[in-house]
Design a protein around this ligand. Sequence first.
Ligand code: G6P
Length: 480
Amino acid sequence: MDKAQILVASNRGPVSFSVNADGSLDYRRGGGGLVSGLSSVAADTDTLWVCAALSDADRKAAGGAPDGRLDRAGFDLGGMRVRMLDIPPDVFANAYTAVANSTLWFVQHLLYDTPNKPAYATGFRSQWDDYRAYNSAFAEALLTGAADNARVAVQDYHLALVPRLLRGRRPDLRIAHFSHTPWAPPEYFRMLPTEIGRELLEGMLGADHLGFLSQRWADAFLRCCEAFLRADVDWAKRTVEYGGRVIEVAVHPLGADAEGLRERAAAEDVAERRAALRERVGDTKLIVRVDRTELSKNIVRGLEAYRELLTTRPDWRGRVTHLAFAYPSRGDVAEYREYTESVKRVAKEINAEFGTAEWTPLILEVNDDYPRSLASYQLADVLLVNPIRDGMNLVAKEGPVLSHDGCALVLSTEAGAADELGGDAVLVNPFDVSETAEALHTALTMPEEERRSRCERLVERATAMSPQRWFAEQLKALDH
Ligand code: G6P
């Protein structure tokens, strides 16, 4: 008998590339929950992963995207086939940068600066057409690869229209869609052009099963279905009836991959980074943050809170260091470039204001270095995670897992992770700089025993839903 088939579709694929001396491409497996989840079932199933995007580095490595060399019938990656789509660059730019990252991401993270933005002016509708074309390209590739009754796991806001496109052509497929972001309440979601908001919701409702990271996001989605589609929501069962079908809406709170993390963190390069960091910060206490430089991560207010801590509690001067790792992200979006500049500016101001010959209050690093991030988790006394809004935030879950001496976690109420970790973290309103400064002080002065026992409970909850279990749950939901 043929093996059961699982298809996955996501914008960013599970591989990164380098170019060999002869111009050929080499690839290696990337990280993330989805890669771990799918790998764990790859041996027993026939799996195909359809993806499009190349990171900036990959794009350069491939000599500019897209690259015909990548649009293969599928190459093998540890038992799973991967197919990278050859999306024309202008279509990709409109779908990924203009629609997904500059519009949908802003809506779901409540990021608009409303007196000026959004303004859907000339050009937006044609960018939307490219978002449709991009979604269609995925649907076509999946349809070509799909056996009867195959299970399809579609990922995130880039591909909201795919479930409906598949459903229309292949009612036999069992389709799941998972949102890795928050979902906006109707009062905010209505900022999208009306017909586009409806098209997105209807697109997702083509699935059988819709997954979210937190009950808050799932409920906001259901409220949008009621408000904009007049769909029937059964709030007890958390199902939506629409177009004669019943769609399940569920929460699957992805956890840290404890085993994978611990194994990676045991490597020599992490030990080297750890020694170098310790040398740099001496015996001061450490407040660590690790983020991609995103507007939603709230890095500037986090730095302001540190500034306020040093101002209102001068005893900390010379006794604490803030390690802030803010890695590059989405340089194609103007707001991100400006935000990166403000992060650098505030960091400079803090060091100019408080730094002495013997003490650097803040170390900001903007170059990506994964083993250094892991080393900083091992050393942190306090981990600061203060997003304005975040689907989950895996830093809040991964940091405690690797902590050597039990870190205290200062966590935003607006991160999905607060659902599970809230009880043992010091919770903050991410907009309240003063409260965050006080929370840093509370975390820094937490009695050792309390800090360690809280951290143990954080680890327990952070690892409760391994990526393998997270993915298996979604597949199981498609079985009935
Ligand atoms: C974060 C979000 C995901 C999203 C991803 C895209 O990880 O949690 O929802 O898919 O960013 O990032 P990218 O760098 O590919 O734009």
